[in-house]
Design a protein around this ligand. Structure first.
Ligand code: AMP
Length: 226
């Protein structure tokens, strides 16, 4: 890592990777393991859609189609969230940045505060497997535990293994067609960020096709030495 981009006091981590790569799962593990705050722009946007805000109304159709919401809306939502006190503990950005313009805006925002990015972790996966992963996944609406129809089914049909809730939710954009559009958006607009951060010396690559716990161990090592 080079000195110019290394964080001062607040850890700021970025998880890069296509839909289904495990960014959300690994971000939650980093919350538990390192006391960081998971900042998912997808979650923030879904909350804005559910709340019916102006930003949510503009974002909804784009999200359903698997495209990218405008940089303007995403940056406004993220800046508001980053300004909240809990983020001083350090954050793990999940699903942001997704365009070079967002990465540049983040660099400028952090430079203004005398901060920098601690590490960018690229979760490297296989495209077709991602479509299968995304199309079968669902989440407990009560505790946030993630499941998958084939790879991680609940022990009792429809009941969360972690908290016992029956409130299972499935994202509107988690179907095979939208997953392919989201993958395309990833390759066209987000994948160039791998080279962007590699050139700045902050990038670590992790093979994210294997076991969740093994991947988590590798990521924890990277974070601990960042
Ligand atoms: P995610 O939960 O990260 O898979 O994001 C779900 C959807 O929200 C994406 O397919 C985009 O439509 C939108 N989205 C999330 N984060 C961003 C971002 N940083 N820039 C643009 N659109 C985003």
């Amino acid at each position: 890592m080079d000195g110019a981009t290394t964080a001062a006091t607040t850890p700021i981590l970025i998880l890069l990777g296509p839909p289904g790569a495990g960014k959300g799962t690994q971000a939650r593990k980093l919350e538990e393991g390192f006391g960081l705050i998971q900042l998912s722009t997808g979650d923030l946007l879904r909350a804005a859609v559910a709340a019916g805000t102006e930003a949510g109304k503009s974002a909804e159709a784009v999200m359903k189609a698997g495209g990218l919401v405008s940089d303007e809306i995403v940056l406004a939502i993220l800046t508001d969230r980053l300004a909240q006190d809990d983020c001083a503990k350090g954050v793990v950005l999940d699903g942001f940045p997704r365009t070079t313009a967002q990465a540049e805006a983040l660099d400028a925002m952090l430079a203004e505060r005398g901060q920098g990015i601690s590490a960018v972790i690229s979760l490297e996966v296989d495209d077709e497997a991602m479509v299968r992963r995304v199309a079968g996944r669902f989440t407990c609406g009560n505790c946030g535990e993630g499941f998958h129809e084939d790879f991680k089914p609940t022990a009792i049909d429809g009941v969360c293994d972690a908290c016992g809730s029956r409130n299972m939710t499935r994202r509107a954009d988690d179907n095979a067609d939208t997953a392919r559009s989201r993958l395309q958006a990833y390759h066209e607009q987000t994948a160039p960020l791998v080279a962007y951060y590699d050139a700045r010396g902050t990038l670590a690559r992790v093979d994210a096709m294997g076991d969740i716990e093994d991947i988590s161990t590798q990521i924890s090592r990277i974070v601990a030495s960042a």
